[in-house]
Write a protein that binds this ligand. Structure first.
Ligand code: S3P
Length: 426
Protein backbone atom coordinates (compact mmCIF):
# COMPACT_ATOMS: atom_id res chain seq x y z
CA UNK A 1 0.00 0.00 0.00
CA UNK A 2 1.29 3.43 -0.91
CA UNK A 3 0.53 6.55 1.14
CA UNK A 4 1.11 10.18 0.21
CA UNK A 5 0.68 13.37 2.22
CA UNK A 6 -3.08 13.67 2.77
CA UNK A 7 -5.40 16.60 2.28
CA UNK A 8 -7.62 17.33 5.36
CA UNK A 9 -9.65 14.40 6.71
CA UNK A 10 -13.36 15.18 6.97
CA UNK A 11 -16.49 13.25 7.89
CA UNK A 12 -17.57 10.56 10.27
CA UNK A 13 -17.08 6.83 10.59
CA UNK A 14 -17.63 3.90 12.96
CA UNK A 15 -14.64 1.62 13.52
CA UNK A 16 -15.21 -2.17 13.84
CA UNK A 17 -16.07 -3.87 17.12
CA UNK A 18 -13.57 -4.25 19.94
CA UNK A 19 -11.25 -7.21 19.45
CA UNK A 20 -10.82 -8.06 23.14
CA UNK A 21 -14.56 -7.92 23.83
CA UNK A 22 -15.42 -9.95 20.68
CA UNK A 23 -13.08 -12.80 21.76
CA UNK A 24 -14.56 -12.86 25.26
CA UNK A 25 -18.15 -12.85 23.98
CA UNK A 26 -17.50 -16.04 21.97
CA UNK A 27 -15.73 -17.76 24.85
CA UNK A 28 -18.32 -16.94 27.51
CA UNK A 29 -21.18 -17.52 25.06
CA UNK A 30 -19.84 -21.04 24.40
CA UNK A 31 -19.62 -21.81 28.15
CA UNK A 32 -23.02 -20.29 28.99
CA UNK A 33 -26.39 -21.98 28.98
CA UNK A 34 -28.61 -20.83 26.12
CA UNK A 35 -27.94 -18.57 23.18
CA UNK A 36 -25.70 -15.49 23.21
CA UNK A 37 -26.21 -12.87 20.53
CA UNK A 38 -23.27 -10.61 19.69
CA UNK A 39 -23.89 -7.42 17.72
CA UNK A 40 -20.98 -5.53 16.09
CA UNK A 41 -18.73 -8.59 16.50
CA UNK A 42 -15.29 -8.01 14.95
CA UNK A 43 -14.96 -10.33 11.96
CA UNK A 44 -11.17 -9.95 11.95
CA UNK A 45 -8.89 -12.97 11.55
CA UNK A 46 -8.06 -13.16 15.29
CA UNK A 47 -11.68 -13.40 16.45
CA UNK A 48 -12.48 -15.84 13.62
CA UNK A 49 -9.70 -18.06 15.04
CA UNK A 50 -11.52 -18.07 18.38
CA UNK A 51 -14.78 -19.03 16.65
CA UNK A 52 -13.10 -21.87 14.77
CA UNK A 53 -11.52 -23.29 17.97
CA UNK A 54 -14.93 -23.43 19.69
CA UNK A 55 -16.61 -24.91 16.60
CA UNK A 56 -14.02 -27.70 16.72
CA UNK A 57 -15.16 -28.36 20.28
CA UNK A 58 -18.77 -28.81 19.22
CA UNK A 59 -20.18 -25.31 19.72
CA UNK A 60 -22.61 -24.15 17.03
CA UNK A 61 -21.95 -20.55 16.00
CA UNK A 62 -24.08 -18.78 13.38
CA UNK A 63 -22.50 -15.81 11.60
CA UNK A 64 -25.43 -13.70 10.41
CA UNK A 65 -24.98 -10.35 8.65
CA UNK A 66 -26.02 -8.25 11.67
CA UNK A 67 -25.06 -10.47 14.61
CA UNK A 68 -23.47 -13.74 15.57
CA UNK A 69 -25.33 -16.34 17.59
CA UNK A 70 -23.47 -18.71 19.89
CA UNK A 71 -25.39 -21.74 21.08
CA UNK A 72 -23.73 -22.33 24.43
CA UNK A 73 -23.54 -25.73 26.09
CA UNK A 74 -22.65 -24.75 29.66
CA UNK A 75 -19.37 -24.83 31.59
CA UNK A 76 -18.84 -28.56 30.97
CA UNK A 77 -20.38 -28.78 27.48
CA UNK A 78 -17.25 -28.67 25.27
CA UNK A 79 -16.29 -31.82 23.35
CA UNK A 80 -12.74 -33.05 22.77
CA UNK A 81 -11.65 -31.65 19.36
CA UNK A 82 -10.63 -34.17 16.71
CA UNK A 83 -7.75 -32.01 15.46
CA UNK A 84 -5.21 -29.51 16.78
CA UNK A 85 -6.71 -26.13 17.74
CA UNK A 86 -5.23 -23.26 15.70
CA UNK A 87 -5.18 -19.77 17.26
CA UNK A 88 -3.63 -18.22 14.12
CA UNK A 89 -1.92 -14.92 15.06
CA UNK A 90 -3.98 -14.41 18.20
CA UNK A 91 -2.34 -14.14 21.62
CA UNK A 92 -5.73 -13.58 23.25
CA UNK A 93 -7.11 -16.84 21.79
CA UNK A 94 -4.02 -18.79 22.84
CA UNK A 95 -3.78 -17.50 26.39
CA UNK A 96 -7.46 -17.26 27.34
CA UNK A 97 -8.37 -20.56 25.73
CA UNK A 98 -5.51 -22.29 27.60
CA UNK A 99 -7.18 -21.28 30.87
CA UNK A 100 -10.45 -22.86 29.74
CA UNK A 101 -8.78 -26.00 28.33
CA UNK A 102 -6.79 -26.61 31.54
CA UNK A 103 -10.04 -27.41 33.35
CA UNK A 104 -11.62 -29.73 30.76
CA UNK A 105 -11.96 -33.50 31.01
CA UNK A 106 -9.98 -34.03 27.78
CA UNK A 107 -6.62 -33.38 26.19
CA UNK A 108 -5.92 -30.77 23.46
CA UNK A 109 -3.04 -29.36 21.46
CA UNK A 110 -3.17 -25.62 20.81
CA UNK A 111 -0.89 -23.81 18.39
CA UNK A 112 -0.76 -20.81 16.07
CA UNK A 113 1.25 -19.12 13.32
CA UNK A 114 5.00 -18.41 13.27
CA UNK A 115 4.56 -15.30 15.46
CA UNK A 116 2.47 -17.12 18.08
CA UNK A 117 5.06 -19.89 18.22
CA UNK A 118 7.62 -17.32 19.38
CA UNK A 119 5.51 -15.55 22.00
CA UNK A 120 6.04 -16.32 25.71
CA UNK A 121 3.56 -18.79 27.19
CA UNK A 122 5.47 -19.47 30.41
CA UNK A 123 3.49 -16.56 31.82
CA UNK A 124 0.36 -18.73 31.65
CA UNK A 125 2.00 -22.15 32.12
CA UNK A 126 3.27 -21.01 35.56
CA UNK A 127 -0.07 -20.04 37.15
CA UNK A 128 -2.00 -22.86 35.44
CA UNK A 129 0.55 -25.39 36.76
CA UNK A 130 0.16 -23.91 40.27
CA UNK A 131 -3.55 -24.59 39.90
CA UNK A 132 -2.79 -28.24 39.12
CA UNK A 133 -3.04 -27.85 35.33
CA UNK A 134 -0.93 -29.99 33.01
CA UNK A 135 0.46 -27.76 30.23
CA UNK A 136 3.46 -28.72 28.17
CA UNK A 137 5.34 -26.62 25.63
CA UNK A 138 5.92 -29.25 22.93
CA UNK A 139 9.05 -27.49 21.59
CA UNK A 140 10.27 -27.15 25.19
CA UNK A 141 10.88 -23.42 24.71
CA UNK A 142 7.99 -21.99 26.74
CA UNK A 143 6.01 -21.30 23.55
CA UNK A 144 3.19 -22.94 21.56
CA UNK A 145 2.40 -25.62 20.47
CA UNK A 146 0.96 -26.36 23.91
CA UNK A 147 -0.28 -29.77 24.95
CA UNK A 148 -2.98 -29.24 27.56
CA UNK A 149 -4.14 -32.28 29.50
CA UNK A 150 -7.36 -31.35 31.27
CA UNK A 151 -7.14 -31.90 35.03
CA UNK A 152 -9.07 -30.95 38.18
CA UNK A 153 -7.92 -27.46 39.23
CA UNK A 154 -7.49 -25.84 42.61
CA UNK A 155 -7.89 -22.13 43.41
CA UNK A 156 -4.79 -19.96 43.90
CA UNK A 157 -3.95 -16.32 44.55
CA UNK A 158 -1.58 -15.52 41.68
CA UNK A 159 0.76 -12.54 41.96
CA UNK A 160 1.45 -11.86 38.30
CA UNK A 161 4.84 -10.30 37.53
CA UNK A 162 3.34 -8.64 34.42
CA UNK A 163 0.34 -6.36 33.97
CA UNK A 164 -1.36 -8.48 31.33
CA UNK A 165 -5.07 -8.93 30.74
CA UNK A 166 -4.33 -12.13 28.87
CA UNK A 167 -2.60 -13.66 31.91
CA UNK A 168 -5.25 -12.33 34.31
CA UNK A 169 -8.10 -13.59 32.12
CA UNK A 170 -6.45 -17.00 31.64
CA UNK A 171 -6.29 -17.50 35.41
CA UNK A 172 -9.84 -16.20 36.00
CA UNK A 173 -11.26 -18.49 33.29
CA UNK A 174 -9.39 -21.47 34.77
CA UNK A 175 -10.75 -20.35 38.16
CA UNK A 176 -14.24 -21.19 36.92
CA UNK A 177 -13.16 -24.86 37.01
CA UNK A 178 -11.71 -24.71 40.57
CA UNK A 179 -13.68 -25.08 43.82
CA UNK A 180 -13.31 -21.86 45.83
CA UNK A 181 -12.01 -18.38 45.06
CA UNK A 182 -9.23 -17.80 42.53
CA UNK A 183 -7.48 -14.42 42.68
CA UNK A 184 -5.01 -12.58 40.45
CA UNK A 185 -3.06 -9.49 41.49
CA UNK A 186 -1.11 -7.57 38.86
CA UNK A 187 1.40 -4.68 39.23
CA UNK A 188 -0.86 -2.20 37.40
CA UNK A 189 -4.46 -2.69 36.34
CA UNK A 190 -4.83 -4.13 32.81
CA UNK A 191 -8.01 -4.09 30.70
CA UNK A 192 -10.95 -5.44 32.72
CA UNK A 193 -13.27 -6.68 29.95
CA UNK A 194 -13.18 -10.27 31.27
CA UNK A 195 -14.24 -9.19 34.75
CA UNK A 196 -17.09 -7.01 33.39
CA UNK A 197 -18.37 -9.64 30.98
CA UNK A 198 -18.07 -12.55 33.43
CA UNK A 199 -20.23 -10.52 35.82
CA UNK A 200 -22.80 -9.81 33.07
CA UNK A 201 -23.02 -13.56 32.35
CA UNK A 202 -23.68 -14.25 36.06
CA UNK A 203 -20.29 -15.13 37.56
CA UNK A 204 -19.31 -13.82 40.97
CA UNK A 205 -16.29 -11.62 40.20
CA UNK A 206 -14.93 -9.02 42.58
CA UNK A 207 -12.37 -6.38 41.61
CA UNK A 208 -10.42 -4.45 44.21
CA UNK A 209 -7.51 -2.27 43.09
CA UNK A 210 -5.28 -4.46 40.94
CA UNK A 211 -6.79 -7.73 42.26
CA UNK A 212 -9.62 -9.64 40.59
CA UNK A 213 -11.28 -12.66 42.21
CA UNK A 214 -13.70 -15.25 40.82
CA UNK A 215 -15.76 -17.89 42.62
CA UNK A 216 -15.54 -21.31 40.96
CA UNK A 217 -18.36 -23.26 39.27
CA UNK A 218 -20.45 -20.26 38.13
CA UNK A 219 -23.64 -20.83 36.13
CA UNK A 220 -23.25 -18.61 33.07
CA UNK A 221 -26.41 -17.55 31.22
CA UNK A 222 -26.44 -16.50 27.54
CA UNK A 223 -26.58 -12.72 27.01
CA UNK A 224 -27.13 -10.11 24.31
CA UNK A 225 -23.75 -8.44 23.92
CA UNK A 226 -23.31 -5.20 21.95
CA UNK A 227 -19.63 -4.74 21.20
CA UNK A 228 -18.39 -1.11 21.31
CA UNK A 229 -16.11 0.18 18.55
CA UNK A 230 -12.46 -0.69 19.25
CA UNK A 231 -10.53 2.26 20.72
CA UNK A 232 -7.35 0.58 19.44
CA UNK A 233 -8.72 0.87 15.88
CA UNK A 234 -10.05 4.39 16.53
CA UNK A 235 -6.48 5.33 17.55
CA UNK A 236 -5.34 5.50 13.90
CA UNK A 237 -8.12 7.93 13.03
CA UNK A 238 -7.55 9.97 16.18
CA UNK A 239 -3.87 10.28 15.24
CA UNK A 240 -4.56 11.02 11.57
CA UNK A 241 -7.13 13.70 12.50
CA UNK A 242 -4.69 15.35 14.91
CA UNK A 243 -1.66 15.23 12.58
CA UNK A 244 -3.17 16.25 9.22
CA UNK A 245 -3.82 20.02 9.05
CA UNK A 246 -7.44 21.09 8.52
CA UNK A 247 -8.90 17.74 9.65
CA UNK A 248 -12.10 17.29 11.63
CA UNK A 249 -13.54 13.79 12.08
CA UNK A 250 -16.18 12.16 14.24
CA UNK A 251 -15.54 8.54 15.27
CA UNK A 252 -18.80 7.06 16.50
CA UNK A 253 -19.62 4.45 19.18
CA UNK A 254 -16.10 3.90 20.54
CA UNK A 255 -15.45 2.00 23.79
CA UNK A 256 -13.84 4.31 26.37
CA UNK A 257 -13.40 1.84 29.24
CA UNK A 258 -11.00 3.56 31.72
CA UNK A 259 -8.64 0.56 31.52
CA UNK A 260 -8.29 1.23 27.76
CA UNK A 261 -8.46 5.03 27.46
CA UNK A 262 -4.79 5.87 28.04
CA UNK A 263 -4.53 7.24 24.50
CA UNK A 264 -7.14 9.89 25.31
CA UNK A 265 -5.25 10.94 28.45
CA UNK A 266 -1.96 11.18 26.55
CA UNK A 267 -3.61 13.13 23.71
CA UNK A 268 -5.02 15.62 26.26
CA UNK A 269 -1.54 15.97 27.73
CA UNK A 270 -0.10 16.61 24.25
CA UNK A 271 -2.57 19.46 23.73
CA UNK A 272 -4.97 17.62 21.39
CA UNK A 273 -8.41 19.03 20.59
CA UNK A 274 -10.59 15.97 21.29
CA UNK A 275 -14.14 15.95 22.62
CA UNK A 276 -16.12 12.98 23.92
CA UNK A 277 -19.77 13.31 22.91
CA UNK A 278 -22.90 11.29 23.60
CA UNK A 279 -21.42 9.26 26.50
CA UNK A 280 -23.40 6.13 27.32
CA UNK A 281 -22.95 2.42 28.15
CA UNK A 282 -23.26 -0.83 26.20
CA UNK A 283 -23.90 -3.29 29.04
CA UNK A 284 -21.16 -2.47 31.53
CA UNK A 285 -18.82 -0.95 28.91
CA UNK A 286 -18.70 2.88 28.56
CA UNK A 287 -18.99 4.25 25.00
CA UNK A 288 -18.76 7.72 23.38
CA UNK A 289 -18.43 9.46 20.01
CA UNK A 290 -14.98 11.02 19.62
CA UNK A 291 -14.64 14.37 17.81
CA UNK A 292 -11.06 15.03 16.70
CA UNK A 293 -9.69 18.28 15.26
CA UNK A 294 -6.22 18.95 13.90
CA UNK A 295 -3.93 20.17 16.71
CA UNK A 296 -0.34 21.30 17.22
CA UNK A 297 1.01 18.60 19.55
CA UNK A 298 3.63 18.89 22.28
CA UNK A 299 5.81 16.20 23.87
CA UNK A 300 4.86 14.13 26.91
CA UNK A 301 5.99 11.29 29.19
CA UNK A 302 4.25 7.88 28.91
CA UNK A 303 5.05 5.45 31.76
CA UNK A 304 3.93 3.38 34.74
CA UNK A 305 0.24 2.65 35.31
CA UNK A 306 -0.65 4.32 31.99
CA UNK A 307 1.21 1.70 29.94
CA UNK A 308 -1.32 -1.18 30.18
CA UNK A 309 -4.14 1.25 29.33
CA UNK A 310 -2.58 2.09 25.95
CA UNK A 311 -0.29 -0.87 25.30
CA UNK A 312 -1.55 -1.49 21.72
CA UNK A 313 -1.55 2.24 20.90
CA UNK A 314 2.17 2.77 21.59
CA UNK A 315 3.26 2.39 17.93
CA UNK A 316 0.74 5.09 16.94
CA UNK A 317 1.66 7.30 19.92
CA UNK A 318 5.36 7.04 19.02
CA UNK A 319 4.56 8.28 15.50
CA UNK A 320 2.53 11.16 16.96
CA UNK A 321 5.45 12.03 19.26
CA UNK A 322 7.75 12.29 16.22
CA UNK A 323 5.48 15.07 14.88
CA UNK A 324 5.13 16.81 18.30
CA UNK A 325 7.36 19.62 19.55
CA UNK A 326 9.86 18.53 22.21
CA UNK A 327 11.15 15.25 23.65
CA UNK A 328 8.67 12.47 24.43
CA UNK A 329 9.84 9.72 26.77
CA UNK A 330 8.23 6.25 26.75
CA UNK A 331 9.23 4.01 29.71
CA UNK A 332 8.10 0.73 31.31
CA UNK A 333 7.05 -0.57 27.87
CA UNK A 334 9.23 -3.72 27.67
CA UNK A 335 6.06 -5.74 26.93
CA UNK A 336 6.19 -4.26 23.41
CA UNK A 337 9.06 -6.62 22.65
CA UNK A 338 6.76 -9.68 22.90
CA UNK A 339 3.73 -8.56 20.89
CA UNK A 340 2.87 -9.75 17.35
CA UNK A 341 6.38 -8.47 16.51
CA UNK A 342 9.14 -6.80 18.53
CA UNK A 343 7.38 -3.45 18.33
CA UNK A 344 10.07 -1.54 20.24
CA UNK A 345 12.71 -2.41 17.64
CA UNK A 346 10.44 -1.89 14.66
CA UNK A 347 9.13 1.52 15.79
CA UNK A 348 12.70 2.76 16.21
CA UNK A 349 13.78 1.25 12.86
CA UNK A 350 10.86 2.73 10.90
CA UNK A 351 10.77 6.17 12.50
CA UNK A 352 14.56 6.44 11.94
CA UNK A 353 14.03 5.48 8.28
CA UNK A 354 11.54 8.35 8.00
CA UNK A 355 14.13 10.79 9.39
CA UNK A 356 12.95 11.06 13.01
CA UNK A 357 15.38 11.62 15.85
CA UNK A 358 14.70 8.64 18.10
CA UNK A 359 16.84 6.85 20.71
CA UNK A 360 15.93 3.33 21.90
CA UNK A 361 16.15 2.58 25.63
CA UNK A 362 15.88 -0.70 27.60
CA UNK A 363 12.13 -0.37 28.16
CA UNK A 364 11.02 2.26 25.67
CA UNK A 365 12.41 5.17 23.69
CA UNK A 366 13.12 8.90 23.60
CA UNK A 367 11.67 10.72 20.64
CA UNK A 368 13.00 14.19 19.83
CA UNK A 369 9.99 15.40 17.89
CA UNK A 370 9.37 18.17 15.40
CA UNK A 371 11.78 17.22 12.58
CA UNK A 372 9.94 16.92 9.24
CA UNK A 373 9.38 13.25 8.36
CA UNK A 374 9.85 11.88 4.84
CA UNK A 375 8.34 8.83 3.18
CA UNK A 376 10.13 5.47 3.24
CA UNK A 377 9.64 1.80 2.32
CA UNK A 378 8.58 0.05 5.53
CA UNK A 379 7.82 -3.62 6.23
CA UNK A 380 4.89 -4.37 8.54
CA UNK A 381 6.61 -7.63 9.53
CA UNK A 382 3.03 -8.98 9.38
CA UNK A 383 2.11 -6.91 12.45
CA UNK A 384 -1.27 -5.21 11.92
CA UNK A 385 -0.58 -2.35 14.35
CA UNK A 386 2.75 -1.54 12.68
CA UNK A 387 1.06 -1.45 9.24
CA UNK A 388 -1.72 0.92 10.38
CA UNK A 389 0.51 3.20 12.49
CA UNK A 390 2.95 3.74 9.63
CA UNK A 391 0.16 4.17 7.08
CA UNK A 392 -0.88 7.19 9.17
CA UNK A 393 2.76 8.31 9.43
CA UNK A 394 2.89 8.16 5.61
CA UNK A 395 -0.23 10.35 5.33
CA UNK A 396 1.38 13.01 7.51
CA UNK A 397 4.95 12.82 6.11
CA UNK A 398 6.43 14.39 2.95
CA UNK A 399 6.81 12.19 -0.12
CA UNK A 400 5.66 8.63 -0.54
CA UNK A 401 5.53 5.81 2.03
CA UNK A 402 5.23 2.21 0.93
CA UNK A 403 4.00 -0.36 3.46
CA UNK A 404 5.07 -3.90 2.63
CA UNK A 405 2.96 -6.86 3.79
CA UNK A 406 0.11 -4.41 4.28
CA UNK A 407 -2.66 -7.02 4.16
CA UNK A 408 -2.03 -8.05 7.80
CA UNK A 409 -4.57 -5.38 8.86
CA UNK A 410 -7.16 -8.16 8.41
CA UNK A 411 -6.16 -9.35 11.91
CA UNK A 412 -8.06 -6.52 13.63
CA UNK A 413 -9.41 -4.15 10.93
CA UNK A 414 -10.03 -5.75 7.50
CA UNK A 415 -11.55 -2.55 6.01
CA UNK A 416 -8.92 -0.17 7.39
CA UNK A 417 -7.58 1.14 4.07
CA UNK A 418 -11.08 1.59 2.62
CA UNK A 419 -12.31 3.48 5.72
CA UNK A 420 -9.25 5.73 5.75
CA UNK A 421 -9.61 6.46 2.02
CA UNK A 422 -13.28 7.33 2.55
CA UNK A 423 -12.49 10.30 4.80
CA UNK A 424 -9.46 11.50 2.84
CA UNK A 425 -10.35 13.43 -0.32
CA UNK A 426 -6.82 12.71 -1.63
C1 S3P B 1 -5.42 -8.21 25.14
C2 S3P B 1 -4.48 -7.85 26.07
C3 S3P B 1 -3.22 -7.19 25.73
C4 S3P B 1 -3.26 -6.59 24.33
C5 S3P B 1 -3.84 -7.54 23.33
C6 S3P B 1 -5.26 -7.92 23.72
C7 S3P B 1 -6.64 -8.91 25.60
O1 S3P B 1 -2.19 -8.14 25.77
O2 S3P B 1 -1.97 -6.20 23.94
O3 S3P B 1 -3.86 -6.95 22.04
O4 S3P B 1 -7.60 -9.03 24.81
O5 S3P B 1 -6.66 -9.33 26.76
P1 S3P B 1 -1.39 -8.47 27.13
O6 S3P B 1 -2.34 -9.05 28.10
O7 S3P B 1 -0.34 -9.47 26.73
O8 S3P B 1 -0.80 -7.17 27.59
Amino acid sequence: MIFKKSTPLRGELAVPGDKSISHRAVMLGALAKGTTSVTNFLKGADCLSTISCFEKMGIEIEQLPSEILIHGKGLHGLNAPETILDAGNSGTTTRLLSGILAGQAFCTTLTGDASIQKRPMTRIITPLSQMGGKIESLSDNGCAPLKITGHPLKPIHYLSPVSSAQVKSCVLLAGMYADGITKVTEPYLSRNHSELMLRSFGADVISEGTTAAITGNPVLEGQNVIVPGDISSAAYFIAAGLLIPGSEILIKDVGINPTRDGILKVCADMGADIQLLNKREYGKEPVADILVKHSELKATVIEGALIPTLIDELPMLAVMAAFAQGTTVIRDAQELKVKESNRLDIIVQHLSAMGADIIPTEDGMEIHGGKPLKGAVLDSYMDHRIAMSFAVAGMAADGETEILNASCVDISYPEFYRDMAAISAS
